[in-house]
Design a protein around this ligand. Structure first.
Ligand code: SF4
Ligand code: SF4
Length: 69
């Protein structure tokens, strides 16, 4: 099983990860982080993360870590 962790304090809400995830598991949240942006959030209830790491590779702020078991 794979999962990701998004560092909300680094995220600037650019949305690149949301359009890159082939499973559609990432969306921008409604809350505002310390930088004044709406950070991305991972929603495992929408499907199964494959651990492909495309989200982490596209993130310009290195805010996403991928964990593969
Ligand atoms: S690792 Fe792949 S499947 Fe998992 S959240 Fe990132 S882009 Fe989506
Ligand atoms: S690509 Fe990175 S900075 Fe952009 S919304 Fe996703 S986690 Fe945030």
């Amino acid at each position: 099983m794979s999962t990701i962790e998004i560092d909300e304090l680094r995220c600037k809400g650019c949305g690149l990860c949301t359009i890159t995830c082939p499973k559609g598991l990432i969306e921008l949240s409604d809350k505002i982080n310390n930088l004044g942006y709406t950070p991305a959030k991972f929603d495992a209830s929408k499907g199964k993360c494959t651990g492909c790491a495309l989200c982490a590779e596209i993130c310009p702020d290195v805010a996403i870590k991928v964990f593969n078991e």
